[in-house]
Structure formats: structure tokens, C-alpha cells
Write a protein of this length. Structure first.
Length: 317
């Protein structure tokens, strides 16, 4: 496919860094869009270039301009790379080189990464699910003996079953459910989470906006101690809460049990710059109109660095 100046660019259809199918027309939303094609996370030049782009992302946002990066990395690799950059823009995965071939943009000088050679690059064992972030890449010869003993996925858990009565929950915790589109009481449809109970026990703020950064898929889970979760929490304290100002109703993480993170919800009285939500770097956000939440004062600053089994900020780290 040869494009001439002024010709309409094709509406690329590719999975994003969360694995969701996306189109350029959807991502632009009618605004100007800067489309970047990247070799992949493994290229030092691309790492340097995308760090510089990330530093400029606020300038693009105030100019109502979107950034989209297309690379050959798989969605889970892009998610980890994006989190490390601190980027808020979308990555699209053309791991099959479908659009790169059509656009005549295929990398021809690199004989190692087209395709990934199984004897040079492989992922640490993990469930085959794009909702999970790939947090470790192993360079070298793949080990045919399988995962190492004591892999993080084999750690014993003391998980609470979230369909138990409310009285069985930790002090300071309440429940709600999310089905991917709407929020419900704990007995409703969808995936069940623990939240900071204060967010549900006061006088409801009517017609509020909830930015739900979570997925209904049970595999979309991280440990609270993971760096990306901790960094999102710090960024919420450092900038997100202050940016919201008087529009903020409450903020709570979504806990699955004493140690696992399933997402976060920011509730506001009016629409805000949802693209600034640091928790959306982990799981994509969905905006829900709701009457469920009560106003809760935000935490004044950093708290203890150890999770205590209740959704933050009601529970403490």
C-alpha cells in the first residue's frame, strides 16, 4: 500500500496494550492524533525516543492531541514497557506485522526480532492472558524444564471469598461488583471487589462520575506490592488528587483479598481529565454514572508502606 501526501490514512485495527481491539478513529475521538511506529521495547534508540515523547505528553494533552504508538511487541510487553515509561498514551500491537507489511514499514535490517526467536527471548511462565502484565523477560536459552520452583504464581494465598457475608469482611471494607459496564451492589452481577467502606456508607452524591480502572476478567490481578501499583498510588497522592480539587468525591482501590489488587475507582462530581488517572496505566478505565458513592476526604499525604488488608486509602500501606 503506497500512500500519497494528502491521502486518507487507513483506520488501523489492532489490539492495544491491554489486549482490547481498537481503531485509530476511536482513539482520535475527532482530535488530532500523532501516530508513531516503534521497532519495539528492545531497541535502545526507541527507548530513548519514547522517554522523550513521554516527557512531552502533557504538552500534547493541553493541545487536545492524542498520541498512539504502534510496535511489534505483544500487548503484555507493551503494558509493562508503558508502565515503566509512565506513559498515558495508547500502544497498539502489530505483532503479526499485518499493517506494517501493508504500509511498507516492515523492519528489514533486524534479523533477530522478526519474528522473536524462541531460543533468544522468552517470557517467564505465566497464564496465557493479555490482561496480565508481563513483568519479567528472560534473555538467553529457554529452559525446557518449565517454571522454576517457587514461582510467584505458585505462592499460597489466604484469599477471602468475596461472596461471603459482609460481616466476614475486614473492618473498614465493603463490597461492590463491576460487570465491565456498570457498578452494582455486592449481590449484583459482575466481579466482586472490596472497597474502602467509607465510600459507600455516607450520604450518596447523586449523578456522580466513577472512573473504574478495572476489568471483569478474573485474571486481571496484581499483587499490591508490585511496583506499578505502588507508583500509581504515589502518583495519585502527588498529582491526581490535587488535580481533581473540589470535584473529587472519593477514591478507593479495589481489593480481591489481603494481598491482591484488582483496580481502582475515582469518583467525581463532574467530568474531569480521566486520561490523567494514574490507575488507568494498569487497567483501562470505564466511566460509569452512579449514585452509590459518598464524599470521603482524601488522604493528606504518604501513609505506611505496608498493606493491611483493606482497600486503600481506608487500609494502609
Amino acid at each position: 500500500m503506497k500512500l500519497d501526501p494528502g491521502e486518507r490514512f487507513p483506520d488501523l485495527d489492532l489490539p492495544d496494550h491491554t489486549g482490547r481491539p481498537r481503531r485509530l478513529s476511536e482513539l482520535s475521538g475527532g482530535d488530532p492524533l500523532v501516530l508513531l511506529f516503534s521497532r519495539g521495547w528492545w531497541c535502545p534508540k526507541e527507548q530513548r525516543h519514547l522517554r522523550e515523547v513521554t516527557e512531552l505528553q502533557s504538552e500534547f494533552e493541553v493541545a487536545y492531541t492524542r498520541i498512539v504508538v504502534v510496535s511489534i511487541d505483544a500487548p503484555e510487553v507493551q503494558a509493562a514497557f508503558r508502565a515503566g515509561l509512565g506513559a498515558r498514551f495508547v500502544f497498539l500491537s502489530d505483532a503479526e506485522r499485518r499493517w506494517l507489511v501493508q504500509l511498507d514499514l516492515l523492519e528489514e535490517t533486524d534479523t533477530v526480532h522478526r519474528p522473536y526467536r524462541a531460543d533468544r527471548l522468552h517470557a517467564a511462565s505465566r497464564p496465557d492472558d493479555p490482561c496480565r502484565l508481563r513483568r519479567q523477560l528472560v534473555l538467553g536459552t529457554a529452559d525446557a524444564r518449565g517454571p522454576a520452583p517457587g514461582h510467584a504464581g505458585d505462592l499460597a494465598r489466604r484469599a477471602r471469598r468475596l461472596r461471603t457475608p459482609m460481616s466476614a469482611l475486614p473492618d473498614g471494607a465493603a463490597q461492590l461488583a463491576f460487570d465491565g459496564r456498570d457498578l452494582h451492589a455486592a449481590s449484583g452481577p459482575g466481579r466482586c471487589f472490596m472497597v474502602d467502606a467509607r465510600c459507600l456508607r455516607g450520604t450518596p452524591v447523586l449523578s456522580a462520575y466513577a472512573h473504574v480502572c478495572a476489568l471483569p476478567d478474573a485474571a486481571a490481578v496484581l499483587e499490591f506490592d508490585q511496583p506499578e501499583v505502588q507508583q500509581a498510588r504515589r502518583d495519585a497522592l502527588a498529582g491526581w488528587i490535587g488535580l481533581l480539587g473540589d470535584a473529587l468525591v472519593c477514591l478507593t482501590t479495589l481489593a480481591l483479598d489481603e494481598s491482591r489488587y484488582g483496580g481502582a475507582i475515582t469518583v467525581t462530581r463532574e467530568p474531569v481529565a480521566w486520561s490523567e488517572d494514574p490507575f488507568a496505566r494498569i487497567f483501562p478505565g470505564t466511566i460509569v454514572r452512579t449514585d452509590m458513592f459518598s464524599a470521603v476526604a482524601p488522604p493528606p499525604g504518604p501513609v505506611l508502606e505496608r498493606y493491611a488488608g483493606v482497600a486503600w486509602p481506608g487500609g494502609r500501606f
